[in-house]
Design a protein. Structure first.
Length: 211
């Protein structure tokens, strides 16, 4: 009889992905509505419809859960593969896909509310700000930096400082409209205006770094 791979069980068994997603969804909801300090692991478990033990089996503590929730939110719009440079795909197309995803992410209600939460709590708990930065902005900057290094090696664009270029790219995309949203004195751009802004930024970026 041919050997067949055994199904792992015990501590090594893969986690229940549906429960993990439910926990993340619950955490995002509670962190945004109740704040970080007022969100307990018990409350997350109740919101997700799982036991407290299940929450801890997926996430060791509240800081880990908060970080994972930020990562999950970012990856909804910017999955890691978006920072790849597929053979035969134009650099401008890759940049446009990233720009659209990032622009949609930062201007979503969840993202705006999360940024406001971090801004309010940052002075009280700098560690929380660091967790947020490393889970969200830092991961995106690192992915963009790696991509721009590959673009430079391809010769299509000349980018001597890919980290700086990545920061410029995302800051241009945020623009004044995002500041107005954060301050509560503006409305999200229409779909047409958002697409025009994204295309303008990518074209400007391409011109700045074209050999």
């Amino acid at each position: 009889m041919p050997n067949s791979p055994s199904v792992p069980n015990g501590p090594g068994r893969p986690k229940d992905l549906a429960k993990r997603q439910a926990i993340l969804d619950a955490a995002k909801t509670l962190f945004l509505t109740k704040g970080y300090a007022n969100t307990s692991m018990d409350a997350v478990a109740a919101e997700a419809g799982v036991s407290k033990l299940t929450v801890y089996s997926h996430f060791n503590d509240k800081e880990t859960l908060f970080s994972a929730a930020v990562v999950a939110k970012c990856e909804e719009q910017l999955p890691p593969l978006v920072f790849e440079l597929p053979q035969g795909v134009a650099v401008q197309t890759v940049l446009l896909n990233i720009a659209r995803g990032f622009h949609h992410l930062i201007n979503s209600d969840e993202s705006v509310n999360l940024h406001r939460l971090i801004m309010a709590l940052g002075s009280q708990d700098p560690k929380l700000s660091l967790i947020f930065f490393e889970a969200g902005p830092q991961r995106m900057l690192q992915g963009m930096e790696r991509l721009l290094s590959k673009v430079d090696q391809s010769g299509e664009l000349r980018i001597d400082k890919p980290r700086n270029a990545a920061e410029h790219f995302f800051c241009l995309l945020k623009g004044a409209a995002n500041f107005r949203l954060l301050f509560g004195c503006g409305e999200p751009l229409t779909e047409e205006a958002a697409e025009s802004h994204v295309r303008e930024v990518v074209e400007l970026f391409m011109r700045a770094y074209r050999p």
